[in-house]
Design a protein around this ligand. Structure first.
Ligand SMILES: Nc1ncnc2c1ncn2[C@@H]1O[C@H](COP(=O)(O)OP(=O)(O)OP(=O)(O)O)[C@@H](O)[C@H]1O
Length: 269
């Protein structure tokens, strides 16, 4: 696994490989424009914060990148390919995983089975593969279970693998969702407000796991209102307002930017 590159004069973020690129995205819903001319690049090994007042268009941008929404215009590129017309499932195989503000696990399914649900294109689901190569399918299922268990260990939920997901707290559900998307080995991870509604102890665990994933080389785009978390995790922050980029730079510079302060005050008014 490659180590993340540091941002230096010889190796500026702009010169690194783009893992995710949003190009001039526009999304209109019945006359209202949620995203208007938004461009953003997430480079290999980068951890970027996406901030902005309520209604700025951050989650809509995630939906456009992950494919649950189609843009009115503009393009999404993942790993150097135009995926604008691809389904969300196809984009997962291209290397993007996303979490939701409010995770939606299968509540009555076990924690382990919820993680296994994140495995892509298992041969075991295919009738012909089962019929023709049952041994291969059994080995693949066994490997998936081992991987799911290792991921549950990574997100500190091992002890709960047989429990139904409904017993998990909100923060634990966020960790479960993280394990589920990791089953598909995403190169880029989109995290939608991982700190929201999470108790401080679990928040530390989530932050440590996110740092560990980034140290493994995964690129991370983080929507977060918790500026302390953004400052601790991200070297670059993009601020959005009214569907457009408003400012970009270090967390301290963006937080002190008068246009950003004005956007938040306007949003709170
Ligand atoms: N499916 C939809 N239909 C109509 N309008 C929508 C839809 N999804 C989002 N919007 C509108 O688009 C705008 C941007 O919403 P979005 O959820 O992307 O903002 P956000 O920056 O993620 O906000 P928050 O920080 O509150 O989550 C809002 O005005 C929202 O009401």
């Amino acid at each position: 696994m490659p180590l993340p590159k540091t941002d230096t004069a010889e190796n500026p973020a702009s010169a690194r490989t783009a893992v995710v690129e949003a190009r001039n995205l526009v999304k209109r819903f019945q006359g209202m424009t949620a995203v208007s001319d938004m461009s953003l690049t997430l480079s290999a090994g980068e951890m970027v914060g996406l901030i902005g007042p309520n209604g700025a268009g951050k989650t809509t941008l995630f939906n456009l990148i992950a494919g649950s929404l189609k843009p009115t215009s503009g393009e999404i590129w993942i790993g150097g390919r135009d995926v604008s017309q691809d389904s969300p499932e196809k984009r997962i195989t291209r290397g993007v995983g996303r979490t939701f503000q409010i995770p939606r696990p299968f509540l009555d399914m076990s924690v382990l089975d919820n993680v296994l649900a994140g495995a892509q294109a298992q041969d075991g689901e295919k009738l012909f593969a089962n019929f023709l190569r049952p041994g291969h399918v059994r080995r693949q299922e066994q490997a998936a279970r081992e991987k799911a268990r290792a991921l549950l260990d990574f997100v500190t939920l091992s002890g709960l693998e047989s429990q139904p997901a409904k017993v998990l707290s909100g923060g634990q559900r966020k960790l479960l969702e993280l394990a589920r998307i990791l089953m598909a080995d995403p190169q880029a991870i989109l995290l939608d407000e991982p700190a929201a509604g999470v108790n401080p102890a679990l928040l530390e665990t989530i932050m440590k796991r996110v740092i560990a994933l980034n140290a493994q080389g995964k690129s991370i785009l983080l929507i977060e209102h918790n500026m302390d978390m953004v400052s601790r995790l991200c070297s670059r922050v993009v601020a959005m307002a009214q569907g457009k980029p408003l400012a970009e730079g270090t967390p301290a510079d963006v937080a002190a930017d008068p246009a950003v302060i004005e956007a938040y005050l306007g949003g709170a008014a």
